[in-house]
Design a protein around this ligand. Sequence first.
Ligand SMILES: *Cc1c(COP(=O)(O)O)cnc(C)c1O
Length: 463
Amino acid sequence: MRYQSTRGAAPLLGFREATLTGLASDGGLYVPEQWPAFTRDEIAAFAGLSYVETAVRVMLPFVGPHLDEDALRTLCTTAYGRFAHAAVTPLVQLDDRNWLLELFHGPTLAFKDVALQLLGQLFERFLAGGSTQLTIVGATSGDTGSAAIDAVAGRIGVDIFMLHPKGRVSKVQRRQMTTVLAPNVHNIAIDGSFDDAQALVKAMFNDPRFAGRFQLSAVNSINWARLMAQVVYYFYAAVRLGAPDKPVAFSVPTGNFGDVFAGYVAAKMGLPVAKLIVATNINDILHRALSSGDYSTGTVTPTAAPSMDIQVSSNFERLLFDLAGAPIGDQMRGFEAARAMQLTNAQRDGAAGLFASNAVDADGMNEAMRWAYAEAGQVIDPHTAIGLAAARASGLDPATPIVTLATAHPAKFADAVERATGVRPTVPARVGDLHQREERYDTLPGTYQAVSSYIAERAIPRP
Ligand SMILES: *Cc1c(COP(=O)(O)O)cnc(C)c1O
């Protein structure tokens, strides 16, 4: 498999290089040159497979020739062996048609672990024995940071610099990052929003002087390997609910459009997906784009679902590219200049068949938390609640099961959950004494100069 940039002006890469690189040199994102597809019989044969075996089948077409089946199985076994549930991503039934897919049984309690535990394994394998020193630079709205840090802390050959918006992540989220004291981990709180942090990271990748000095790598969902790992659980869940004979809908709490793009890939690969419901909070650029073609940024409003407090959804570019069927460098540069654009008719029509969308406000979110608790005894987190609220409002045929992706453990957002339900969720024992441990991080102004020179002083340059 080879990977091409959504902007059409960067070299084609193999899986290894695409994984180690992240952002393409023309500012675009890497996508496979074509979508591998499974037949109905092949999908039917996924029934009864373990998570790891499903993962091997779904990902194998993407990783050749750099990994063979046995190597991939070894990496998946290690990565998913760290999950605290035998099913890795178990399904929980709420009522006749609503299901939760619990993606938070990994070490840092959010779905980001599903991809990042594997990415940590891939980095280690691809760097083994070489002299490359990777400099991972990332921005987090809360959950990517801790999952990425957990995946690479203490690993040889990797330094990680993680930017988070100061005061805009929950205390559990912050402490999960800042109490990891391994010398290769560097936490930076910046004055600004997640979008500001993400723009700084993109600017470093796009600055030839900076990017030329260090072997930069991305752990945000701009990294293709992350999305690839997330395709797996769409197959795993749908097959358990009757696919390929029965189509299944998914409701996905969305910020950067990564998780839901993985669902689109699953559909491209032949999984019968009835609908992908894009659930946003009041930071609703994706809902506006999908419902009216208006992709224009507003200012970010902080909410109780901070991992979705995003106005520029990086991975939407991958969808727009796929729907356009051609590189979209001009369209994206226009968007970056004007902070606004209209989808083309081809993009709007292409999205309309598979996607629905909804923006859920605080009342809708709180009501969904209360409903899940009253109806099924399930305490869910605010992000999951936004997905569930959108699922329940979707108006889809009642015979179609809807799987809401449960993206975080409720204990990560205990205050918001307690306010809505009266129940205070506790952090699982496997996370340990999070609130007692020493924290370490630096605070910087959200300027390119401040952040890039901080990193340049500490990262190890290319030989
Ligand atoms: C990251 C995150 C999201 C949004 O996922 P995207 O892939 O960015 O759309 C939703 N919920 C939680 C808990 C998250 O950590």
